[in-house]
Every structure is written in C-alpha cells, then in structure tokens.
Design a protein around this ligand. Structure first.
Ligand SMILES: [Zn+2]
Length: 383
C-alpha cells in the first residue's frame, strides 16, 4: 500500500561509564590525541588552502610519523576525528549562517570526547554490548550502567565517550534500525498550537497557557549564585578555592540536567497533545541580548525546540517553523491590524482598529499559530 521506503533511524542511549584507572588513563590519552589531531589537521587544511585554493584534509596515518604517540591509541578514534572535521567543513559550506567555521579544540573545553565506529571485522564487530559491559577496541571491557535494554533489532553503530569537567564519564551508544516512516498527520486549526518563547514563563501558548516552572529549578540557580559569591571571597588558587570551584561545576551540571529533564517533559507533553506545533525560528542568543542587553542564562528553549521537533516528526506530526521576521507581536489577532506603534516593552495593548484588548504574549502566540497554519495550508497557484 505504502510506496515509501523504510528509513534508517537512530537512537542514542547516553549512559554512565565506570572505567578502571588504567582505562581512564588510556581514555585521557585518546582525548589528548584526538584534540592534537584535530588541531593539526585544521591548521594544515588552512595552510594548504592558502597555498592552493583547494580544501583537502589529510588522513590520520600521515601524522603518525611526526607524532608517534598517536599509535598508542585506537586508530578508529583518530579516523572519527577526520570524519567529524570533514562534516564540520561540509556543514559550514552548506549553511554558514547556522554552522561556524571549525575551531581549534582547547584543553579548557567543557568536556572532552572521542568516537569509535563499529566495524565488522572477521573476528566479529569491533564494538559489542555484553551482559557485563561494553567491549571496545584497545580499552577492553568497559563497565557501563545500561538503564534501558536495547531492542533486539537495533544494531550498534558507534560509541562516543565523554568526560565532563567534574570527572564523570559517559558513553553515548548509537543504535541504528530500519523503520517504516510514520503516517503523516495533516494539521488542522483545532489541533494546532502556537508557542511563543517567554523569558519569564518559558513559553506561552496560543490558548494562554504556560508550563508550571518547578520551584526547585529557581532554588538551584539561587544556590549557584550563593556559591559564586562565596568563591569571589576566596583566595584564588588556594585549596579552598579549588574545592569550591569543583562544587560550582557540579552545581552547573545539576542545573543543566534539570533543564534537560524539563525540556524533555514539556516537549513530550505537547508532542502527544497536539497534531502540529508552530514555533518561531528565532535566534535565541540574539533575542536574549536584545531583551536584556547582556549575558542571559540559557533557558533551554532552543533544546526544547529541538526535542519537540524530533518527537513530533517521529509521530508523523508537523513542527512548523514560523518566520522570525513575521510581525507576530504587533498584529492584532482579532482583526489583523498591524500596530506599528506598539512599544517594545508593552505587556498589553488595545487594538487601535477594532478596540480588542490584547495580552502581548498570548496575542503573539495566536499569531504564531495562524502564520504557521497559513504557511502550510497555502496552495501554490491559489491566491
Ligand atoms: Zn484589532
């Protein structure tokens, strides 16, 4: 019946890993080698390009002579560096507005990582999940806490090992499988919602609802601020200072986890409740700067949008990107009048054309929904 072909899909399980001291040492070495290789390749690409106008990324094997320590780590991890640098360049050339030009990696980065792809060797696949852990080349059997059993038709594709600044190790295990694409669900006005990003309320939807923000999230941020004040009174470089810095990093991690959990819960709830969701494709960094004129803590809304998109698409539902330059805020949803004189900070306004009293955030959300619906239902060739 369906003529659509089965599609490859991916699922990633990110699980904590517990390396032995020897394994941890080898991992550190691998992080260092991958960083070294990335930076070498990057500068060679630039040099080569400057001389010849050709983009060429040398292979890892070339570097083993000048840097024999590269031979001590898994060569697949080095191949993956080549692949990811290639992808970084491709992304940048295809879409320079979204992707940055590849940058050198520093030791100070938030986390270190390396990736190993599964290869089918004659002795069996290079990566294997066993009852006791994850079998990896060079590292051997790595103990992981698999909180979810992979389904039997999933096949292991790659493993990325990361270490956070606080010294925790994680394995992101990617599985691939073939699946039928979901039946597409056509958006209807009654089953479509618009979401407007709100600094204070996370979002406001086109029915005026916004999510309940758990008080523990605010409490965690306040605790972080207290910890940072305490740090500022300490002698830089002292033992106490370093200990406090470690506590602050743990607290940052805790807040990031809370934010991700919240984004997952909210996006799941909305993706299940509605058939289509319209969201404005704002650049959140620019918005934060415009609204507050400085560094604004990341609210997680960008992450929420990404989660929402894949959760909707997995069900065949539509995630509708609304043009960020469409006048969603200053249009009256009742009569369509565009109020060019709307003050930037007005919380509510009265439409000068029809007299409707409008709450700014709710009105914007309704317009986002209407603009999104209009964009998807408009037929080409029909006025
Ligand atoms: Zn009006």
């Amino acid at each position: 019946m369906s003529t659509e072909t089965r599609k490859s899909r991916y699922t990633v399980l990110k699980v904590p890993a517990y390396p032995t001291p020897e394994q941890a040492q080898l991992m550190e070495k691998t992080f260092g080698c991958c960083r070294y290789l990335w930076n070498q390749m990057l500068s060679d690409v630039q040099e080569f390009y400057a001389a010849t106008d050709i983009h060429y990324i040398p292979t890892p094997a070339r570097y083993k002579k000048q840097a024999p320590f590269l031979k001590e780590v898994d060569s697949q991890a080095l191949c993956a560096v080549h692949q990811s640098l290639r992808k970084a360049y491709l992304d940048f050339f295809r879409n320079p507005k979204v992707f940055q030009y590849p940058k050198p990696k520093t030791k100070k980065a938030r986390k270190d990582s390396f990736t190993v792809y599964c290869r089918p060797y004659h002795t069996g696949p290079s990566l294997r999940l066993t009852d006791t852990g994850l079998q990896m080349p060079k590292l051997g059997l790595l103990q992981v806490r698999l909180y979810r059993k992979p389904l039997h038709w999933w096949s292991l594709r790659s493993v990325t090992i990361t270490r956070t600044k606080t010294g925790k190790y994680f394995c992101s295990i990617t599985f691939g499988y073939e699946a039928e694409p979901p039946e597409p669900v056509a958006p209807t006005p009654a089953r479509t919602v618009g979401l407007n990003y709100s600094m204070a309320r996370f979002y406001v939807d086109s029915n005026g609802h916004s999510p309940e923000l758990p008080p523990r999230m605010a409490a965690a941020r306040e605790k972080l601020a207290r910890m940072q004040r305490k740090l500022s009174r300490m002698q830089q470089g002292s033992k106490n200072y370093e200990a406090q810095l470690h506590k602050i990093r743990l607290q940052y991690e805790h807040i990031a986890n809370q934010r991700r959990d919240f984004a997952h819960q909210q996006s799941r709830r909305i993706a299940n409740a509605w058939d289509a969701v319209c969201v404005r494709g704002d650049d959140l960094n620019v918005m934060a700067q415009r609204l507050k004129g400085g560094n604004v803590p990341d609210s997680g809304f960008g992450m929420f949008r990404a989660f929402l998109r894949y959760k909707l698409e997995a069900q065949g539902k539509a995630y509708i990107d609304v043009d960020p330059y469409a006048p969603a805020a200053k249009t009256c949803h009742a009569c369509g009048h565009v109020n060019e004189n709307l003050p930037a900070r007005a919380r509510s306004w009265v439409c000068p054309h029809c007299g409707e009293e409008l709450l700014r955030e709710e009105n914007t959300a309704r317009n986002i929904r209407d603009f999104g619906l209009m964009a998807v239902t408009r037929q080409p060739g029909v006025a």
